[in-house]
Design a protein around this ligand. Structure first.
Ligand SMILES: Nc1nc2c(ncn2[C@@H]2O[C@H](COP(=O)(O)OP(=O)(O)OP(=O)(O)O)[C@@H](O)[C@H]2O)c(=O)[nH]1
Length: 370
């Protein structure tokens, strides 16, 4: 897993995971090489590096979900280190050390579980696989903890009983492999989601890009026709945007675009779809919007931008062209609808800007442009 994550080291989580793999491997190596008559110093170092590796993996999971570094894992690791040293200094039996290790691992696995469970908006196969693996490992450590606490030596790593081999080697190996596989799938899921977002969203404003808003518009028109539902579209253009660029520079122009996009999104309803159509043009699809409600929407959008305070550019206004598809329309196309809205936008510009203009959709016009 470490090797694959290392292949894409640009994200913070991959660095944690690489370090985690390295630490867990080193910790296990030191512990194994320390062998039958272990030296306390090497035991402390080996087990502490192992726990450090598990904490780093947890930090990797946090970084994966873009959360700041949490301290819980490091506190658990520090407690482990201190208690483990104390146990060795007291020459406590191996049983106590295994109990401590199991308790610490269980606490860390609970942190893993909490992170994966609360960070996923929607659970996918990958997240369920990771959670399943964490639960499997958790159950294993509960068993080890309980058996060691009540029945001496049954599940020591050195014991050859079937139970010991299962609890100490088989379940942890299977659980770790499943967890690695689950995290890897989660990672790929996110790469695909990021790529999809890049392909469908405008870099600057974060709204849908032209291709995506056209695709969404075509789909919404088909749904509206099939379900006999009304639909409206708002074609928005920032007034005298060239002057804003010329007077304040392109950087300020870009900021104005971002802020206008935010104001439009805030002013629309949750089901409306907003996209950047071109340079300083935006398009908003308004599903279910009746012709009679359009003036309210037009007025609200114009006034929201007009009253917004743009720190660097002063006052900014927009003009809007609105067009509707009535609920009883039979034939219509997105191209026809947007053409109508565009024509209305020119009327709004001609009427002095900072206003909206609207038209009912004429069925013949639309059929002709389909
Ligand atoms: N800063 C910035 N400017 C852009 C971007 N895309 C297009 N523009 C500029 O937007 C300006 C559009 O100007 P015009 O089409 O003349 O329109 P306008 O000045 O808004 O005039 P009206 O639409 O008639 O009110 C041009 O100067 C483009 O260079 C962008 O992504 N960032």
């Amino acid at each position: 897993m470490t090797g694959i994550f290392f292949a894409t080291p640009s994200e913070k989580c991959t660095r944690y995971w690489v370090l985690s793999g390295f630490s867990i491997g080193t910790g296990i190596l030191i512990t194994v090489l320390n062998g039958g008559a272990p030296r306390p110093a090497l035991l402390i170092i080996g087990n502490s590096i192992l726990i450090l590796g598990v904490v780093l993996q947890w930090s990797g999971i946090r970084a994966f979900y873009k959360k700041p570094l949490g301290y819980a894992g490091w506190i658990i690791a520090a407690i482990f280190f201190v208690v483990y040293c104390a146990l060795l200094l007291q020459e406590a039996p191996a049983r106590h050390r295994v109990i401590l290790l199991s308790a610490v691992m269980l606490s860390l696995l609970i942190l893993y579980f909490h992170e994966i469970w609360t960070s996923q908006k929607r659970h996918t196969f990958a997240s369920m696989l990771s959670l399943g693996a964490v639960v499997l490992l958790g159950i294993d450590y509960v068993f080890r903890f309980s058996i060691m606490a009540f029945k001496y030596a049954v599940s020591l790593p050195t014991t050859n009983s079937l139970l010991s081999i299962t609890l100490t080697y088989l379940i942890p190996t299977a659980g770790t492999m499943l967890l690695s596989f689950g995290l890897l799938l989660l990672y790929f899921e996110r790469i695909v989601a990021d790529k999809h977002h890049l392909a469908t969203h405008d870099d600057l404003t974060g709204l849908f890009n032209r291709r995506a808003i056209v695709a969404a518009g075509e789909r919404e028109v088909s749904v509206a026709l099939r379900m006999k539902r009304p639909l409206a579209v708002a074609f928005v253009d920032i007034d005298f945007f060239k002057q804003i660029n010329d007077k304040h520079g392109h950087h300020t122009g870009d900021r104005v675009l971002v802020e206008v996009a935010q104001v439009l999104t805030r002013t629309c309803r949750g089901i409306d779809l907003a996209g950047r159509y071109g340079g300083e043009e935006f398009c908003i699809i308004l599903p279910g919007m009746e012709q009679d409600d359009l003036p309210v929407v037009g007025e609200r959008l114009v006034s929201a931008v007009c009253h917004h305070n743009f720190p660097d550019a002063g006052s900014v206004t927009i003009s809007i062209g609105l067009a509707t598809l009535a609920a009883d329309e039979r034939e219509c196309s997105w191209a026809g609808l947007i053409r109508k809205a565009d024509a209305e936008l020119y009327k709004a510009k001609a009427a002095g800007r900072n206003c909206y203009s609207m038209a009912a959709v004429n069925r013949q016009d639309l059929a002709a442009t389909a």
